[in-house]
Design a binder for this molecule. Structure first.
Ligand code: CTP
Ligand code: CA
Length: 238
């Protein structure tokens, strides 16, 4: 019997997606944050729903609402996201780490609003490293033969090339460092239509499969990513 590729290749599969950007509080009214809008993550969640997946969506701060039909949890800080991603990733078939996670957080949180000093001294904010959520999920999975953490973990990276390396070289090094199965490398600053709804991505795979290059809207990027993942999930079932 010939196999026809399904229009809903993720039927019966659980896909966990983190999206948006974390915020690290300094005091009750201030935080260190980033400009992630959550739009790419929402597009991926929608593409996963359309492909038949049960979607667990872990949202940090986003400019847009999560799509209808996902199982939604929210997290504000990197530490909260760490816990939420581990919980939502257990039992899932795929984890897609699209969230922009703050690499550092203020080492101290002021319980009340920080005031200007009378002596005009410039305040100093000390930062400490946040855990690497993606690397921690991979490490815990790989340390346990019977782990229920996803066999397929996808990271995202925005890279710029410079004199010591190309976007792809940096991407390949990051993929190896993280230990995940795929890395979606966003080529930032290369697009003439920067700031518009167009993305230039290269999907790198750890298994030696040729990189997939694609430019398009965030929805189109999401569809290509899901197709690329579907090809892997199918071959795992056989
Ligand atoms: N990531 C994560 N936890 C962090 C930082 C990053 O899970 N504390 C994930 C992101 O969600 C993304 C991937 O790791 O999927 C790559 O993020 P990126 O910031 O490009 O990587 P870093 O290892 O933080 O490297 P860099 O020093 O270039 O920022
Ligand atoms: Ca980072």
């Amino acid at each position: 019997e010939a196999e026809v590729p399904s229009a809903r290749p993720f039927e019966g599969k659980i896909v966990t997606i983190s999206a948006g950007g974390t915020r690290e509080p300094l005091d009750p009214v201030r935080f260190l944050g980033n400009r992630s809008s959550g739009r790419q993550g929402v597009a991926i969640a929608q593409a996963a729903l359309d492909a038949g997946a049960d979607v667990r969506f872990v949202a940090a701060h986003m400019d847009v609402p999560a799509p209808e039909g996902v199982i939604l949890t929210t997290a504000s800080t990197a530490l909260e996201l760490h816990e939420a991603v581990f919980e939502a990733a257990r039992g899932a078939d795929v984890l897609i780490m699209n969230a922009a996670v703050a690499d550092f957080r203020p080492s101290e949180y002021a319980d009340s609003k920080i005031k200007k000093q009378d002596d005009h001294a410039d305040p100093i904010i000390h930062l400490v490293r946040n855990p690497d959520i993606l690397a921690d999920v991979v490490a815990e999975r790989d340390a346990n033969d019977f782990s229920t953490l996803p066999p397929l973990i996808v990271g995202f990276a925005a890279e710029t090339g410079d004199t010591s390396g190309s976007v792809l070289e940096y991407g390949a090094a990051k993929l190896a460092r993280k230990g995940c199965e795929m890395l979606v490398v966003n080529q930032v600053g290369q697009s003439l239509v920067f700031g518009q709804d167009t993305n230039s991505v290269t999907i790198l795979s750890a298994d030696g499969t040729a990189p997939v290059e694609f430019s398009g809207t965030k929805s189109e990027v999401a569809e290509v990513l899901l197709e690329t993942i579907a090809a892997r999930v199918d071959s795992q079932d056989k």
